[in-house]
Design a protein around this ligand. Structure first.
Ligand SMILES: O=C(O)c1ccc[n+]([C@@H]2O[C@H](COP(=O)([O-])O)[C@@H](O)[C@H]2O)c1
Ligand SMILES: Cc1cc2nc[nH]c2cc1C
Length: 332
């Protein structure tokens, strides 16, 4: 864990000179200053974190899949077998993310993590021991390919909104009442079980709530650990990241607890309809790009935001300046 902790603390800064140059160019383009709103921020952000390429040609959507022992507590309406079945569906092109990745001209890559070995039920014992956690983090880290222009992160794992809620509760307080949501469509009695499971687990593991990486290992799942690893790899390799929904955001929150600027190379692609997501983004000071009432996971919100990033970049690089177009600027 010491090596991972060091890797989480030792993060490269973005390219401030490129960001300053982008900001200066914004002021010269044929539009009132600030009139492209968030698109201007995105263009500057891409300049800061996009490395040398400044293009969005090679976009990967990475979906990590894992199974969860916490499903034994009756916290999801679906059976755990659906995780592997949906992985097969991703591989056959039948899921929503296949369509969204195609629309976004992105390459979909699915990484199934030991699906036949669910993590432990974390109301009873830590979901993962250190070795299992580090292995999953490394799989996520190694899935990020150098030379990629943008990585969209997503996940698949029946039961994982309970894992995500437990991580959020462990990091920010408030228990199951604050963070449990309906996930794939849990009924009221299921919600009682879900909140109780989270609160039982928080009490059982109270001794390690001060350590963000132990929180990720104890309450998380392999796919969440892999998302943490992939986000770290992208930072180290100079690749910007689009995060998907509640589960994805909870997976990377331990990084921000370790270092406040750890997620500066990421954008929250959307705020999902899962109850805790807006509050979690608030804790992380992340402003979502989209708010479409989606709650699917599998990287869907992240893939959907890619064309918006391309639009921001196209305006930034393709627009004429006031001087080029012979348009009068605002008199001072
Ligand atoms: O990330 C989200 O915002 C999100 C919200 C609701 C559901 N999900 C997806 O639904 C699955 C987990 O839901 P559940 O009810 O089994 O905990 C998992 O495969 C996630 O990808 C994801
Ligand atoms: C069908 C189905 C598809 C999903 N995609 C992501 N999580 C999911 C959960 C279910 C149940």
């Amino acid at each position: 864990m010491a090596d991972l902790r060091a890797a989480c603390l030792n993060l490269p800064a973005g390219n401030d000179a490129a960001a300053a140059e982008a900001l200066a160019r914004q002021a010269t383009l044929t539009k009132p200053p600030g009139s492209l709103g968030r698109l201007e921020e995105i263009a500057t952000w891409l300049a800061k974190w996009g490395g040398a390429s400044r293009r969005l040609d090679r976009v990967d959507v990475l979906i990590f899949a894992g199974n969860h022992g916490i499903t034994a507590q009756g916290v999801s309406p679906y059976p755990a077998a659906v995780t592997a079945q949906m992985v097969a569906n991703f591989n056959h092109g039948g899921a929503a993310i296949n369509q969204l990745a195609q629309v976004s001209s992105a390459t979909l890559r699915v990484v199934a993590l030991d699906l036949d070995r669910p993590t432990a039920d974390f109301t009873l014992e830590p979901a993962m021991d250190e070795a299992a956690f580090l292995k999953a983090v490394a799989e996520g880290y190694n899935a990020v390919r150098a030379g990629t222009d943008l990585v969209c992160l997503g996940e698949m794992g029946i039961g994982n909104t309970t894992a995500a809620a437990a991580i959020a509760a462990a990091l920010y307080g408030g228990g199951g009442a604050r963070w449990a949501g309906r996930g794939t469509g849990l009924d009221d009695r299921g919600m009682e079980r879900k909140r109780a499971a989270i609160d039982t687990a928080l009490a059982r593991h109270a001794g390690l709530l001060g350590d963000p990486l132990m929180i990720a290992a104890t309450f998380g799942g392999r796919e969440l650990a892999a998302i943490l690893g992939a986000t770290l790899a992208a930072r180290h390799r100079g690749i910007p990241v689009l995060l998907d929904g509640f589960v994805c955001t909870a997976a990377v929150a331990p990084l921000a607890k370790l270092r406040a600027d750890a997620l500066d190379h990421t954008q929250a692609a959307h705020v999902s309809a899962e109850a805790g997501h807006r509050a979690l983004l608030g804790e992380l000071k992340l402003q979502p790009l989209l708010d479409l009432g989606m709650r699917l996971g599998e990287g869907s919100g992240a893939a959907l935001a890619v064309p918006m990033l391309r639009a921001a970049l196209a305006c930034h690089t393709g627009m004429a300046t006031f001087a080029e177009a012979g348009v009068a600027g605002k008199p001072h």
